[in-house]
Design a protein around this ligand. Structure first.
Ligand code: GN1
Ligand code: MG
Length: 347
C-alpha cells in the first residue's frame, strides 16, 4: 500500500482505507486523505487480462463526452504523480477515482424511484454515446455476455466437471437445459440488434445518487464494451426486481416486484425510447430472462468446475447462487406470462 499511496502523493499517516462495495471480481476501497475522499480499486488481472484496454476505453469515452457533452458528469480516474491513469505495481493494477462530492451509492434497491433513476442513468450513458462508433471500444472481456458461449461452457462442464457435483445438481441442470430457447433468442438478437456502447454491469451500486436521491452518474467502466441493450436493461431486471440478492439461500424470499419492473422500463425508455429499434423494443421483457439465465448458467458452470471463477465462501456457494437465479428466472417467466395474457411470451 505504501508504494500505491506514494504514487498518488498521499501521506500515509493521514490516509484511512476501508473496504467498499460488494463486487465479486475487483477489490475496492474508500480512501480518506484528510478531508478528501476517493475510491481506490485493484483490478483482478486473472479476469481482466489486459487492464490497459480498460484505460483506453475510459480515455476514449472521457474525451468524447468532454467535447460533445461537456455538462455530462463523468468520473474519470485520477492520474498518478507520474501522470499515468493506472498504476502498475508488482502486485497488480490500481486506479484512483474522485469520490464525487455530495453523492452516495446504495447496495440494495428499496424503492421503485431508485430503480427509475438508475435505469435512466444507464440509458442516458448509452444514449450520449450513440454517435460514437461502438466498434472503437476495446473488448476488455472477450465474449463476456455471449450467451451461446456461456451455454457451451456449461455443456463442457457437464462433461469435464466434478462428477459428484454434476450428480447432485441434476435437477437444476435439467431445468436450465429445458430453457435453452433463451439462447436461440439471443442468436436472433446478435443478428438483428444495434451494437451499442454498453456498460455491462448495471447493478445499483454502480450509480451515484445525490442527496435528493436523484441519479447523478454511472461508475465502474471496466466492462464498457460494444454490446446489446439487453445486457444493461436485463441486469437491472436481474438485480432490482427481487427484494433479495443472488446470495439468498432461502428461495421462498425470491419474488418479482411489479412496480420495480415498471420503474426500470420507464427510466430506461425515458432516455433510450427514441434510440431502440422496433425489433429491439419487442425484446424488452426478454432482456431480464437473458441476463438471469446467463447468470444461472455461469454460477452453475463455476460450481461444476469447482469454483475457479467466482470462488466460494462455503461449500456449495455457487450452487446456491445458481439455484437462486433459476428460481428468479422461473418467477419472471411466470410473471411476464400473466403480464401479456399468455403462458409465456414467445421470446
Ligand atoms: C461479477 O464483480 P461484480 O460483482 O461487479 C461479474 C458479473 C456478474 C456478477 C454477479 C467481470 O460482477 O458479470 O453478474 O459478478 N463480473 C465479471 O454478482 O465476471
Ligand atoms: Mg463491475
Amino acid at each position: 500500500m505504501k508504494e500505491i499511496l506514494a504514487a498518488y502523493g498521499f501521506d500515509e499517516t493521514q490516509t484511512v482505507l476501508q473496504s467498499f462495495g460488494n463486487g465479486l471480481i475487483n477489490h475496492t476501497w474508500k480512501l480518506q486523505h484528510g478531508e478528501d475522499q476517493f475510491i481506490l480499486q485493484k483490478i483482478n488481472v486473472a479476469i481482466f487480462k489486459s487492464p490497459e484496454l480498460i484505460a483506453a476505453n475510459i480515455r476514449l469515452v472521457a474525451d468524447y463526452l468532454k467535447t460533445q457533452y461537456p455538462e455530462y458528469l463523468f468520473a474519470a480516474p485520477l492520474p498518478t504523480l507520474a501522470r499515468q491513469d493506472m498504476l502498475h505495481t508488482d502486485d497488480g493494477y490500481y486506479r484512483l477515482f474522485p469520490f464525487v462530492p455530495g453523492t452516495h451509492s446504495i447496495d440494495v434497491v428499496e424503492k421503485p424511484a431508485q430503480a427509475y433513476e438508475a435505469a435512466k442513468q444507464f440509458a442516458r450513458f448509452t444514449k450520449r454515446l450513440s454517435k460514437l462508433d461502438a466498434q472503437q471500444l476495446k473488448i476488455t472481456l472477450p465474449d463476456f455476455h455471449n450467451l451461446s458461449l456461456r451455454y457451451q461452457q456449461f455443456e463442457q462442464a457437464l462433461l469435464t466437471g466434478d462428477s459428484d457435483r454434476i450428480l447432485s445438481a441434476k435437477d437444476l441442470i435439467g431445468y436450465l437445459q429445458s430453457q435453452k430457447q433463451i439462447v436461440s433468442s439471443f442468436e436472433f438478437a446478435q443478428q438483428n440488434f444495434t451494437l451499442r456502447c454498453t456498460h455491462h454491469d448495471t447493478k445499483i451500486s454502480n450509480v451515484l445518487f445525490d442527496e435528493q436521491d436523484h441519479g447523478v452518474c454511472v461508475i465502474d467502466l471496466d466492462t464498457l464494451m460494444p454490446g446489446y441493450f439487453i445486457s444493461d436493461l436485463g441486469d437491472m431486471m436481474r438485480t432490482y426486481l427481487c427484494p433479495v440478492s443472488e446470495e439468498e439461500a432461502d428461495y421462498s424470499k425470491i419474488m418479482i416486484r411489479g412496480e420495480f419492473y415498471d420503474a426500470i422500463l420507464r427510466g430506461y425508455l425515458a432516455e433510450m425510447g427514441d434510440e431502440l429499434t422496433s425489433t429491439e423494443k419487442e425484446y424488452l421483457s426478454y432482456s431480464g430472462k437473458f441476463m438471469i439465465y446467463m447468470q444461472a448458467l455461469r454460477f452453475l458452470t463455476d460450481h461444476l468446475n469447482r469454483d475457479v471463477y467466482y470462488g466460494a465462501r462455503y461449500e456449495g456457494h455457487n450452487l446456491v447462487r445458481a439455484g437462486n437465479q433459476a428460481v428468479l428466472l422461473e418467477k419472471l417467466i411466470d410473471w411476464s406470462g400473466h403480464l401479456s395474457g399468455l403462458t409465456t411470451t414467445p421470446n
